[in-house]
Structure formats: structure tokens, C-alpha cells
Design a protein around this ligand. Structure first.
Ligand code: NMX
Ligand code: MLT
Length: 425
């Protein structure tokens, strides 16, 4: 048994007892209410989900298991993975055990590549990536064990098996999509001994002379792992997994939500927007030119991608982490410099628009400028990278939910006329 199994076997069963006793002793206690505005406004702010892996206070941003994300920027994604699953950072031997466990599990079956090669080349990389994750469902341990009649207290163990297999294989799948989609030549095999994120960078096959892409990928994979459970991808994943669909179904479903332009696809939209600016002004613009370009975008009815957030009301700390990385690693890169300039110009414009609640940059406003600097120049691929990392958070949330025994989700809907009646009563 790997150390992560051992550790969770000791800690997870207790959650079910806590939840059972809360339901028994406080089942009728009201912790929130639903206003008409909240119902019509995308359920914003209603406390109706459980998530132990991370939290996102509006005035602070991402905190993973009690640790602010800015304190995790020098960690490896595998360390943050251990933290998400167990609630603690790993010791050196726990980290080594997890890394060797992932290495043993990472062989991608041939049928995955056959499925990829059957698709039209101009498919969106996110559609290809999500579909390939779904093909792995064939080997789901959770589904197999469910069919054999496993008991409820075994659910989290089977979900953990699928999660580890999925996380082990996902960088190779994502890199395979990149090389196939952009005709970059044969797939590149993982390199034994390289850490998870560096191996992903290696398998992309992008020239990485000074190891900058590997350093960026480690940070990128840490920053995107989790963002509590109300965001579209995590929320979707929870809902699907609550029907006891296995982690492959649930993560693939969550990633389909990530592919929307208001969520994870915003990183693609941002880079495209930045490249449009550079093209229009034949290089980096003046602040006045950039201001005019942003106003043009807004007056055409579009959003400024990478700005605003459903929860945050401050600069996203994940943005700050990338900004600091860029200032150190590529301060003169033209796209990075433009992303910095947008940060200086755009919040002032958005602050002047009353309906916008958060004028500040989110993680997507800058990530692509760094990828572009290191030679990953195809914006339509960027959300796949977000997805590789977010799969870790989604899997940790699935395992937690199966451990505390989350039942099938089934909120109640009402019709517009019923809402009108209730509102006017
Ligand atoms: N540019 C223009 N308009 C905006 C922006 C923006 N960046 N942000 C919000 N608004 C508008 C929004 O469209 C809405 O307009 P309307 O009432 O006409 O529909 C109004 O301001 C109120 O929106 P908020 O309550 O401030 O934001 P909400 O919680 O509804 O949405 C986002 C949050 C993130 C969807 C929104 O800020 C947005 O569309 N931002 C740009 C896309 C983006 O960067 N998404 C990535 C989010 C992070 N992620 O990785 O998932
Ligand atoms: C995320 O990382 O999921 C995004 O910032 C969106 C969100 O939290 O709503």
C-alpha cells in the first residue's frame, strides 16, 4: 500500500462520523438563506457546498488547507497534491513515495492515442483532452468495484485509485494532444527521475535551454490545482460524482465546464486579446492606445478577459505569483510587459463601470504571457494546461466527498411564475 493510502486510511473515516453527528444534532439549523437576487444571479454567495481542500475568501484569495497560496509557490505540485488530499505537507519520504507511485502508474494505454488520432485535427484541444480522459474510464477501479458490490466505506479508496491513475497519466495525455494537434512530430516519452510538472514540460518538446519552462510549469501546476468547490468545474465534478459516476466521468465533466470563456478558457481569450493589441499597434502600445483598445472591447459588448471574478474582490494572489515570476524570469518579454501594462491601465477603466464588482486581474490575465515567452505559443491549448492541474483538486474533492458520504445532489427548482408568486407574497 502506498503512503498516501496509509495516511488517508487513518484520517478519512473520521469525517463520516463528524458529518453524521452534525446531521443528527444540528440538521435543522439554518446557515444561509436564498434571496431572489441570489437565485437569479447564479447562486452567488449562497453557502450550500462543502469543501475541505481549499477556501477563497473574497479579500484574500486562495488558501489551500489553511496555507495561503503565496506560501506554496516554491513547492512542487506533488507536494500540493499531498496537501490537498491529506491536509498536511508531505515529509521527504512521503513525497518520494508519492512520486514513485505516480511514476509506476503513468503508462497511457494505446486505445487513448487511437481515439485521439480518429478525431479531426481542427478539433479544439480541450474537446480532444476531455474526450481522452473519458476513454480512460474503461479501466475505472471505482466502477469495477461498485459492480462487484463494494461497501460504502470503500468508496473513497476506489476513488483514490482512479485519482492516482488519472493524475499519473494526465501530463502525458495533455502533451500527446499538444504534439498531435500542432503537428510537432512523434510523442515524447516521459523521462524517469523528472518531477511530474517538469516531465510535462519535457514531453511538450518545446526547446527549454535554461529550464525556464520547467520552472514555470511547476508554478503553473501549483497555482491552478484548486479553488474551493463553487467554481464551475469543481461544482460540476462534484455533482456528477455524487451520482457515483467514477472520477473519469466526473473530472471530464468538470473540464467541460472549464472550457467555457468565462471560466478556464479565459486564459486563451487573454492571450488572443494581448496578441491582437500587439498586432494593432505593431508592438507594445502607449497607455492611451491601450485604454482606447480596452474601451473598444467593452463597447462592442465583450468582456475584458482575465479581469473580474465571481468571488474575489482583490488582485488574485495567483496573478501576483505569476507577476513576480515574470519580473524575475522575463521582465523584457513583450507579451509579459503588455500583461503588466494592462494591469496598470485596465482596473482603472473597470472601476468606473458600476455594475462590475471586481475590477482586478484573475489568474488567467497573465499565465499565457509567460507560456508564450517560453515557446508555448498556441493560445487554444492553454486551457488544457489549466485542466491538467485542476484535475488534482477535483480528484482530491471527489475522494473527500466519498469519504464523508456525500449523497446524490438534488436541489429543488421552481418555475419563474412560482418565483414571482413567492417574491410578491
Ligand atoms: N469585462 C467586462 N465586463 C465585465 C467584466 C469584465 N472583465 N467582469 C464583469 N463584467 C460585467 C459582467 O459581464 C456583468 O455584466 P451584465 O450584468 O451586463 O451581464 C457585470 O459586469 C456584473 O458582473 P460581476 O457580478 O462583476 O461578475 P460575475 O460574478 O457575474 O462574473 C466573471 C465573474 C469572471 C465571469 C466576469 O468577471 C468575467 O466575465 N470576466 C472576464 C472573463 C474571465 O476572466 N474569466 C475567468 C475567471 C477566472 N477563471 O479562471 O475561471
Ligand atoms: C477558478 O480557479 O476556478 C476560477 O478562479 C473561478 C472561480 O473560482 O470561480
Amino acid at each position: 500500500m502506498s503512503l498516501i493510502h496509509e495516511k488517508l486510511s487513518k484520517t478519512l473515516p473520521a469525517y463520516q462520523e463528524i458529518v453524521k453527528s452534525l446531521a443528527k444534532s444540528h440538521g435543522d439549523k439554518v446557515i444561509d438563506s436564498v434571496s431572489v437576487g441570489a437565485l437569479l444571479g447564479g447562486q452567488r454567495g449562497i453557502k450550500s457546498l462543502l469543501c475541505d481542500t481549499s477556501e477563497v475568501p473574497a479579500d484574500k484569495g486562495l488558501i489551500i488547507r489553511g496555507i495561503p497560496v503565496m506560501e506554496l509557490v516554491d513547492k512542487l505540485p506533488e507536494e500540493v497534491m499531498w496537501l490537498l488530499f491529506t491536509g498536511e505537507l508531505p515529509t521527504a519520504s512521503e513525497l518520494a513515495d508519492l512520486q514513485s507511485d505516480l511514476e509506476k502508474r503513468r503508462n497511457v494505454p494505446d486505445f487513448v492515442w487511437h481515439a485521439m488520432e480518429a478525431l479531426p485535427k481542427d478539433s479544439h484541444p480541450m474537446a480532444v483532452f476531455n474526450l481522452l480522459i473519458l476513454t480512460l474510464e474503461r479501466d475505472s477501479v471505482f466502477r469495477k468495484r461498485y459492480d462487484e458490490g463494494m461497501g460504502k466505506d470503500e468508496y473513497w479508496k476506489a476513488a483514490l485509485e482512479d485519482s492516482l491513475n488519472l493524475i499519473a497519466r494526465i501530463p502525458e495525455i495533455a502533451a500527446g494532444v499538444y504534439r498531435w494537434r500542432y503537428d510537432l512530430g512523434p510523442r515524447i516519452a516521459p523521462k524517469p527521475g523528472l518531477d511530474w510538472a517538469a516531465n510535462y514540460a519535457h514531453m511538450l518538446g518545446v526547446e527549454d535551454k535554461d529550464g525556464g519552462l520547467k520552472r514555470l510549469m511547476r508554478l503553473y501546476m501549483v497555482l491552478h490545482t484548486d479553488h474551493e468547490s463553487g467554481n464551475v468545474s469543481a461544482h460540476t465534478c462534484h455533482c456528477v460524482a455524487s451520482a457515483l459516476s467514477d472520477p473519469y466521468y466526473a473530472v471530464s465533466a468538470g473540464l467541460n465546464g472549464l472550457a467555457g470563456p468565462l471560466h478556464g478558457l479565459a486564459n486563451q481569450e487573454v492571450l488572443q486579446w494581448l496578441l491582437d493589441v500587439l498586432k494593432k499597434f505593431n508592438g507594445n502600445p502607449s497607455d492611451e492606445q491601450l485604454d482606447a483598445f480596452a474601451h473598444e472591447t467593452l463597447s462592442s459588448g465583450r468582456v475584458i478577459p482575465g479581469y473580474g471574478h465571481a468571488v474575489l474582490r482583490v488582485v488574485d494572489p495567483r496573478f501576483t505569483a505569476f507577476l513576480e515570476f515574470g519580473k524575475k524570469e522575463c521582465p523584457e518579454g513583450p507579451v509579459f510587459k503588455l500583461a503588466e501594462q494592462v494591469f496598470r491601465v485596465v482596473p482603472e477603466i473597470l472601476k468606473g463601470i458600476q455594475k462590475i464588482k471586481d475590477p482586478w486581474p484573475n489568474v488567467d490575465s497573465i499565465s499565457g504571457s509567460l507560456l508564450h515567452h517560453y515557446g508555448v505559443t498556441q493560445p487554444r491549448y492553454y486551457t488544457v494546461m489549466f485542466g491538467v492541474s485542476r484535475a488534482i483538486g477535483m480528484c482530491s474533492q471527489i475522494v473527500m466527498s466519498r469519504a464523508w458520504g456525500e449523497p446524490i445532489q438534488r436541489p429543488k427548482s421552481i418555475s419563474i411564475s412560482q418565483l414571482k408568486k413567492l417574491a410578491e407574497a
